[in-house]
Ligand binder design. Structure first.
Ligand SMILES: [Fe+2]
Length: 199
């Protein structure tokens, strides 16, 4: 299962269109946005995504009322999680929040295998052993080359998080070896392509 983690698109229609196009081409099933989408009209760009997009607010929340109404009108193709998101996908538990400081506290809780954040507009990846703390950088392209994170889940679907923690069902994670996040998923940094898009 492939998951896209993106952040800080800040009303940049063209780059958001590029990431959606790339994600579709790479077979991404789920997209997680770590905040600062800003304007509700940006949802139209995610309508082009073939899977489901999960959204949270950032520190630039824009018109929240219209944003929520617009998400509801999409009947499940977009899901709004407020300030903090937490889901299980492909057997891995994922949490995300805009603030890197808060993300670090959540990562230390040990409740998740992957904790994502945004806000700095800079890519960072910190291996904390059983959890990966990830900032996918920015879609906006203000502070660095715009890009995002592709998560490739390698665990078999249907394995419960509890079973994974026990170290039983994953290859190479038998008794005596407590599994780490990299037993379950890989991460690749994807930069936006420069090709001209046909509108
Ligand atoms: Fe931002």
């Amino acid at each position: 299962m492939k998951i896209a983690v993106i952040s800080d698109s800040h009303d940049h229609i063209w780059n958001t269109r590029r990431v959606v196009e790339q994600a579709n081409r790479l077979g991404v099933e789920v997209m997680i946005h770590c905040g600062d989408l800003v304007s509700p009209f940006m949802l139209e760009e995610f309508d082009r995504f073939q899977g489901r997009v999960h959204l949270i607010l950032g520190n630039n929340p824009g018109d929240q009322v219209l944003l929520m109404r617009s998400i509801l009108s999409r009947q499940g193709r977009a899901e709004f999680h407020g300030w903090f998101g937490a889901i299980e996908l492909g057997g891995i538990s994922i949490a995300w929040i805009h603030s890197p400081d808060e993300a670090r506290h959540i990562a230390r809780s040990g409740d998740f295998s992957l904790v994502c954040c945004g806000h700095t507009h800079r890519w960072s990846m910190e291996d904390m052993g059983h959890v990966l703390l990830l900032n996918p950088g920015e879609i906006l392209g203000r502070k660095e080359q715009p890009g995002w994170a592709l998560i490739d889940v390698v665990t078999a679907e249907g394995k419960s998080e509890e079973a994974i923690k026990m170290g039983g069902p994953v290859d190479g994670a038998g008794p005596g070896k407590k599994p780490v996040w990299s037993d379950f998923f890989g991460v690749e940094r994807i930069f936006l392509e420069e090709e001209v898009l046909i509108l």
